[in-house]
Design a protein around this ligand. Structure first.
Ligand code: AQP
Length: 331
């Protein structure tokens, strides 16, 4: 049977990129009764500085958002990474078989470290923690975007190396590509970049919790180009095509159908239409998020119960790992 693992960082509010790039796929898998485990990966989020007064709220908000989007704690396991210590424990074992040269080759490390004067160890080694997240649950499939493929390759290599050195413990996890294709949503301010939680410009993204008038403002200000016709061409017209893509993902209509329907609109009128479509889609989700956030005790209970379940499977793996490595000889 397949076992699917995925995570999301509580680095800010969920935006349409996370929603269409990851969450809707998790919900589809849950509908198909797949065995899916979702982690709020708080230990990853602190590779960049987080305000200790804000982080707890971000963890609860991310949990509320996942529930509001449809993750059902009775069908899927949803848990907080830091509560399951086996993740960091396996991370150490994997760190002891991973070379520094291998990590230095990862493109995300090169990109992130190029911007920093002093590179913290966490930025360098977090892909090993990511591998541990997946392997400690013996996941067989991992839904990934194209930006994560190299990290998953590292995870596969570490699993193979461990199995070869100490005896087989881990299945080799495979990528799970979305049936709808992996949607990459772009920044509304710089369409060459992806929409991101940690972009300092909040106008670059639409969050699921945004107020309706903020959505209108952000879409109106979205960078397009000097052509006023509505056409779909992600290469030469990334700005307007990004809006059409979002519209297409919400409505289920093909981009070409949307273009035909919008042939009498200029981009400004089209922006109003897209804003309305987004507002209508997000309103019920936003109401649910607010209701969950008003009940932090319930959210904490969901995370506690989920973490207990995750801990049980992770501990089974660690019993094997400790024994294979030769650390726990009496068990
Ligand atoms: N713009 C995007 N389009 C499609 N998918 C996206 N994802 C993120 N941005 C887009 C997918 O969302 C999932 C969870 O992401 P994450 O929390 O691990 O962080 P990330 O990928 O680094 O996303 P952000 O929003 O840019 O977060 P920060 O700012 O914290 O780094 C992943 O499956 C990701 O592919």
């Amino acid at each position: 049977p397949r076992k699917i693992f995925s995570g999301i960082q509580p680095t800010g509010s969920m935006h349409l990129g996370n929603y269409f790039g990851a969450i809707t796929q998790w919900i589809d898998l849950q509908h198909k009764n797949e065995d899916i485990t979702v982690s709020v990966v708080d230990l990853h989020s602190i590779t960049l500085p987080q305000d200790p007064n804000v982080l707890p709220k971000s963890i609860l908000e991310m949990t509320a958002t996942l529930l509001a989007c449809g993750i059902d704690p009775n069908k899927s396991v949803i848990f907080q990474q830091s509560r399951v210590l086996q993740h960091t424990e396996l991370f150490w074992y994997l760190g002891c078989i991973c070379t520094m040269a291998r990590l230095a080759h990862l493109p995300q490390y090169k990109e992130k470290s190029a911007l920093l004067k002093d590179v913290l160890l966490g930025i360098f080694i977090y892909p090993v923690l990511q591998a541990a997240d997946i392997l400690v649950h013996k996941a067989t499939h991992v839904p990934v975007g194209e930006d994560q493929i190299q990290q998953l390759q590292l995870c596969q290599e570490l699993a193979q190396m461990f199995n070869k050195k100490f005896g087989t413990v881990f299945p080799i996890p495979r990528t799970l590509l979305s049936e709808k294709g992996s949607a990459r949503i772009r920044s509304l301010r710089e369409p060459s970049k992806k929409m991101s939680k940690s972009d300092p410009d909040s106008k670059s993204r639409i969050c699921l919790t945004d107020a309706s008038d903020d959505i209108v403002k952000k879409i109106k200000k979205a960078v397009t180009d000097f052509t006023s016709a509505v056409t779909y061409d992600p290469e030469s017209r990334p700005g307007v095509s990004n809006l059409i893509l979002i519209h297409s993902l919400i409505s289920g209509k093909q981009p070409q159908v949307i273009v035909e329907e919008s042939q009498y609109l200029d981009t400004l009128k089209y922006k109003h239409l897209v804003a309305d479509v987004i507002i209508e889609h997000l309103l019920p989700i936003k109401k649910k998020i607010e209701a969950y956030i008003a009940n932090p005790e319930y959210l904490d209970q969901v995370l506690r119960e989920g973490s207990e379940k995750a801990q049980a499977t992770a501990e089974e793996t660690m019993v094997e790992v400790r024994r294979k490595v030769g650390i726990n000889f009496l068990e």
